[in-house]
Write a protein of this length. Structure first.
Lengths: 323, 338
């Protein structure tokens, strides 16, 4: 197994709001190997997106990374000065966001904004830069890429816009791409195309990917490993298919049980009661305990991270192993 | 079908004409480049829903499913065709809805609830206006419906911003139910909710149907949820129904090439490395509804398309009992026009 490309340890990102401190990410640790696809799975408020933004220094006030380290290619991104981080962002690590319409500049042609992205990191002629842009567009499966260079974002469909955003992210052949719900806003058939293409790109280029999503089915075929997040913490992590087959954490199990296709049609779905807790008023101990069918008095204390068989879990009552 | 339909759509079409400003009209008159093409959002759709049935309406964005849902609910008048509830027109000659027996639940419970009105007033407004309850008795009436959808009746005095997305969707459902409808049109009711909350709302809809004998027109792009909740499914593509049939049979052996491709595109929850099969995603994208392809609208992306498909639009015809497909493959082949 190769050395990790990215090592996140005890990352904590908090938001200092008037209502109190929101611990959006609270002690998250994981690593990504070169070429590995890691799925970061959770519901809204789980901290999955803030984790991704923290890696690139994209958390705006009142939010701030308050602890932990992010080691990437021998440097700690948390303590790196902003100008040094800028040489990494977009070149060694790039990001794809959910909404490509908001990502792209509406008043610049595709070619012009790709050229800006190239020149941000390389002094290069317009001609050579556009050639790079063209190559990147054809890599992501855009038909007739030369004519797309002159198109404006509003002239493209949602799927094409997201492909352009991915092409921009891949311009400098980064070592790591962070993709935040990149297919959530797209139709099923277009989502299938983009996932198919991403899998090919990763295989060919050896780029590592952190794929942030709420959708277990999407990551199940894409990610080598997954991290399941709840209320700012990783509750379970390990090889994707193993976790989905034999979840240890009751939250993961609850999510899987409630998937309609895993239940006979028409019957009541096994549901997780209640809703995600406010990060301003988390219960002491395990944050999932109030919704958990396995909770006992023990759950009033925070469970430690345990590990074994290449996976981790954070639960006093892990499922599927003898107590 | 043994049960007579409660809701029937007869050859419904809807065209949206672009609204031209004076400037646009002048520009068009002197030969300017002005978009004057109409969008044919729904084309010649006939459907019926039996009492107590859930009909799933599935399609990708721009296929016309929401427009069709609005027409079925009487919120929007069709350009041609008719919607009937127990044989009576839902929209009268004056172009207005004449019944409260069809109600709608929308996708986004953040947009569909008035932020300045308490939940209690939101729920009471319709029933009071239509004489289902007096203002004096409305408090108990509202409490009853809140309780039915799993909310504490004391929430009636709160405002929408005090609730989570799942709770808001419960409120939106309670508001629709307080009108005592027979038919509920649900337009993507779980699409904006978190995964763990989706199951709660699906279960609530199943429970309400059992307890109140409701009929659902369930519109969604989520094939998993539709499979779970519907007895029959209609698949839409560019304004037309391309396949219609009993849910399980349609999912197990889809007939229309679009249905086949759509079902193959749904991400599956893979729990074993040996199930990591490669699949070929459907090629291309949905053409613009401004300029739909001639003949069968799907022929530009269809693996089986032949000359007949670009020349002739296939009708939605019964291929087996209870099953209908709009595809030339099942009516003499794709080569030559019949």
């Amino acid at each position: 197994m190769s050395a990790p490309l990215l090592e996140v340890e005890n990352l904590a990102t908090h938001f200092f709001t008037r209502a109190g401190v929101v611990r959006a990410v609270d002690g998250v640790s994981f690593s990504v190997r070169p070429g590995q696809v890691v799925g970061l799975v959770g519901e809204s408020g789980s901290g999955k997106s803030v984790t991704g933004y923290s890696l690139l220094g994209l958390v705006d006030p009142p939010g701030r990374v308050v602890g932990g380290s992010i080691r990437f290619e021998g440097q700690d991104l948390v303590t790196l000065p902003p100008d040094r981080l800028r040489t990494i962002r977009g070149r060694r690590i790039s990001m794809v966001f959910q909404d490509a319409t908001a990502t792209l500049n509406p008043v610049l042609s595709v070619g012009d904004q790709m050229l800006l992205a190239v020149k941000a990191h390389e002094s290069i002629s317009d001609k050579a830069g556009l050639a790079l842009a063209l190559a990147s567009l054809s890599r992501v499966g855009i038909p007739d890429p030369a004519s797309r260079l002159n198109a404006y974002p509003h002239q493209l469909s949602g799927g094409m816009r997201q492909r352009v955003a991915i092409a921009i992210a891949l311009l400098h052949r980064p070592a790591l791409v962070i993709a935040d719900e990149p297919t959530t806003a797209l139709d099923v058939s277009v989502q299938a195309q983009i996932i198919h293409e991403m899998r090919e790109l990763v295989r060919v280029s050896g780029t590592a990917v952190i794929w942030i999503t709420h959708d277990l089915a999407t990551v199940s075929s894409l990610a080598d490993d997954i991290l399941v997040m709840y209320a700012g913490r990783v509750v379970e992590s390990g090889p994707t298919r193993t976790i989905l087959r034999e979840p240890r954490h009751p939250y993961t199990r609850g999510l899987l049980d409630s998937v309609p296709s895993r239940n006979p049609p028409g019957v009541d779905l096994p549901q997780i009661p209640g809703s995600t807790p406010s990060l301003l008023s988390l219960p002491p101990g395990c944050p999932f305990a109030p919704r958990c069918g396995f909770a006992t008095g023990l759950c009033a204390t925070m469970p430690a991270v345990e590990n074994g068989e290449g996976r981790t879990w954070r639960c006093h009552h892990p499922q599927g192993i003898a107590a | 079908m043994s049960v007579p339909p409660i809701l029937s759509l007869d050859a419904v079409s809807k065209r949206f004409d672009p609204r031209l400003t004076l400037g646009d009209r002048i520009a068009a008159a002197i030969g300017g480049d002005v978009e004057t093409r109409a969008v044919q959002a729904v084309r010649d759709v006939s459907l019926s829903v039996a009492k107590g049935e859930t009909l799933g309406l599935v399609g990708e964005s721009g296929c016309g499913k929401s427009t069709l849902g609005r027409i079925a609910a009487g919120i929007m008048a069709p350009t041609s065709g008719a919607v009937r509830l127990d044989g009576e027109p839902v929209i009268g000659a004056d172009g207005r809805k004449h019944t409260t027996r069809i109600q709608t639940v929308f996708q986004d419970p953040f947009a569909s609830l008035n932020p300045r009105i308490t939940v209690g007033d939101t729920l009471a407004e319709g029933p009071i206006a239509h004489g289902l309850v007096t203002a004096g008795a409305s408090r108990a009436y509202v409490a009853e419906w809140l309780d039915l959808v799993g909310l504490d009746p004391s929430y009636a005095s709160r405002y929408p911003h005090q609730f989570s997305g799942g709770q808001r969707q419960r409120i939106a459902i309670a508001r629709a139910l307080a009108m005592k409808p027979d038919v509920l049109v649900c337009d993507e009711p779980v699409a904006s909710l978190d995964v763990s909350i989706q199951a709660q709302i699906v279960n609530l809809l199943l429970k309400l149907k059992r307890e109140l004998g409701l009929t659902y027109l369930f519109i969604s792009h989520d094939l998993g949820v539709v499979r779970h909740i519907s007895e029959r499914v209609a698949i839409m593509y560019l304004g037309r129904i391309v396949e219609l049939g009993p849910t399980l049979r349609l999912y197990e052996s889809p007939e229309h090439p679009y249905t086949q491709a759509l079902l193959a595109s749904v991400p599956r929850l893979v729990t074993s490395d040996s199930d990591l099969a490669e699949f070929r995603p459907i090629a291309g994208e949905i053409p613009s509804p401004l300029a739909p392809p001639p003949g069968c609208a799907f022929h530009t992306r269809c693996l089986h398309a032949g000359p007949r498909c670009s020349a002739e639009s296939p009708a939605l015809l019964a291929t087996r009992t209870g099953r209908a497909t709009a595809c030339h493959l099942y009516t003499g082949g794709v080569e030559k026009a019949a």
